[in-house]
Design a protein around this ligand. Structure first.
Ligand SMILES: NC(=O)c1ccc[n+]([C@@H]2O[C@H](COP(=O)([O-])OP(=O)(O)OC[C@H]3O[C@@H](n4cnc5c(N)ncnc54)[C@H](OP(=O)(O)O)[C@@H]3O)[C@@H](O)[C@H]2O)c1
Length: 277
């Protein structure tokens, strides 16, 4: 990991924080991201105290404007990005007081768990490609539900669980779609269910009993970040350490292109200049 620069979204807590600390201990330069400056800076200090290198960037991913500022800050601060881990997310029970919207009027879990990562990845693609061989890792979940394209914003039949699950499947569909687009460009993109009910804030707030550890899920993420066995392999979904199959909608090309079109409509211009010509 020496000399590698890695951005992990949502690394102020949970499995993202664990992965940040592990990668820093292995010599990577870490960009810690979150919306809580105090916890972000505390993690940077802890990493530095152990001889690692890290900086903190703050952005609330429920705002597309803040996603754009985050991408600009990354481009300003570093000259390479070897790995982007889209990990930030909100669960389905925390704050589940009915349907909520992002700053841009998008259903909140779709916005934070999926759309922010879609936009961030697209904005950072030139830097990621410049750093090739490079990797994108999307932290999804085994909790998946097919997207109903007649009501993606869940104006009918809303539940926090449904919102969470469709956002997690959207991340997987994005992974497969982007992997196809990036074929031959030396950038891989894979996704995973890290582990079931890890002992994190998200799970504790949901009232569920933790059944796995943060370390377990962290190892699964680290495998996608740096395993030599995965060099050049792209568009894959892992359940923990094992390659697996996602919801059938992920393998439906038509459904994936609908999601791509909808996502560009929602975020506006997001392609790197080369892809736009
Ligand atoms: N825990 C599990 O068992 C499990 C299972 C399957 C998949 N996952 C996935 O694993 C990932 C990490 O989850 P976790 O369990 O580690 O949860 P967590 O401990 O709750 O951490 C979530 C991270 O995302 C950040 N975040 C949430 N909303 C944000 C926003 N609007 N803007 C910026 N940052 C935001 C949080 O920041 P704050 O601390 O400020 O809230 C925190 O740093 C998620 O994508 C989750 O869906 C988890």
């Amino acid at each position: 990991m020496d000399g590698k620069t890695i951005l992990i979204t949502g690394s102020t807590d949970g499995v993202g924080r664990y992965v940040a600390e592990r990668l820093a201990a292995n010599g990577a330069r870490i960009i810690v991201h979150g919306r809580d400056r105090t916890r972000g800076e505390a993690l940077v200090e802890r990493i530095a105290a152990r001889g690692g290198k890290a900086r903190f960037l703050e952005a609330d991913l429920s705002s597309l404007a803040e996603v754009r500022s985050l991408a600009s800050a990354v481009e300003r601060d570093v000259d390479r990005l070897d790995v982007l881990v889209n990990n930030a997310g909100i669960g389905f029970a925390a704050g589940d007081h009915g349907r909520e919207l992002s700053a841009d009027g998008v259903e909140l879990r779709f916005a934070v768990n999926y759309l922010s990562g879609f936009l961030l990845t697209r904005l950072l693609l030139p830097l990621i490609e410049k750093s090739a061989p490079s990797r994108i890792v999307n932290v999804s979940s085994a909790g998946q539900q097919a997207i109903d394209y007649s009501d993606v914003m869940l104006t009918h039949g809303y539940s926090g669980a449904r919102a969470y699950r469709q956002s997690k499947l959207a991340q997987i569909m994005f992974t497969i779609d982007l992997a196809e687009e990036l074929a031959g460009r030396n950038v891989t993109v894979n996704c995973l269910h890290p582990a079931t009910f890890m002992n994190t804030t998200m799970v504790r707030l949901s009232g569920a009993q933790p059944v796995s550890t943060v370390e377990e899920g962290g190892e699964a993420i680290l495998q996608l970040v740096d395993s030599p066995a995965l060099a050049g392999r792209s568009g894959l979904y892992f359940s923990g350490m094992r390659e697996s199959r996602a919801d059938p909608q992920a393998y439906d090309r038509g459904a994936r292109s609908k999601l791509r079109a909808l996502s560009f409509d929602l975020v506006g211009p997001a392609d790197p200049p080369r892809a736009r010509v």
